[in-house]
Design a protein around this ligand. Structure first.
Ligand SMILES: [Zn+2]
Length: 200
């Protein structure tokens, strides 16, 4: 949600209010930030893409998330999501994250919560929570939505641990990093399913 970065941690994920015109403008809440926080926002906004770490071969893990969701198998989805996040954080050389997959999304006043990132706290590893089913209809969350949510929460972790930003904001740069990594993972999934595609 657009104002999420103004709340204290942890962050919920919502729909981004992106800029739809040609000019690159910060999101509306930027104007309400202190000068120090605006500086952090601009640092975040300036990082426009996020590549897969070298040597990571996450395609099979992404495929396992897809099949686990299709079967409605929460244990399989959790194991695959944890393995995917483990591979990514190892590749980026940042601290580990515990991944929790819960059954039904909670609904808050602003709509459904998709995911949650809680930074490390007093020696406890950071944690990502994602939900498998929507609150309203209890349908299994669409695969791409689930993957995007998982990576969105990972991007909050990377803001702190990889980019060493003192705060993590939803900026246009943040959403571009999320998108480039999600697209790279989907390409890896395709390549893993069809090894010939690696040659093209
Ligand atoms: Zn977020």
């Amino acid at each position: 949600m657009q104002g999420a970065a103004l709340r204290p941690l942890p962050f919920g994920v919502g729909v981004a209010a992106g800029c739809r015109h040609g000019l690159h403008m910060p999101f509306a809440y930027y104007a309400r930030l202190s000068a120090a926080r605006q500086r952090i926002y601009r640092q975040s906004d300036a990082i426009q893409s996020l590549e897969l770490p070298r040597g990571a071969a996450p395609g099979p893990r992404v495929a396992e998330i897809r099949t686990g969701l299709a079967r409605g198998d929460r244990a399989a989805v959790r194991a695959a999501a944890q393995a995917l996040v483990d591979a990514l954080v190892a590749g980026y050389r940042v601290p580990k994250i515990r991944v929790r997959v819960l059954a039904k999304r909670p609904a808050d006043g602003d709509g459904e919560l998709h995911g949650l990132y809680e930074p490390d706290d007093a020696g406890t590893a950071a944690r990502i929570t994602v939900w498998m089913r929507t609150a309203a209809r209890r349908d299994v969350v669409a695969f791409r939505t689930f993957l995007r949510t998982l990576i969105h929460e990972l991007c909050h972790h990377l803001d702190y641990e990889l980019y060493k930003l003192p705060e993590t904001f939803h900026t246009e740069g943040f959403y571009k990093r999320e998108s480039t990594l999600v697209n790279a993972l989907l390409a890896e999934e395709g390549a893993a399913a069809d090894p010939q595609r690696r040659l093209l």
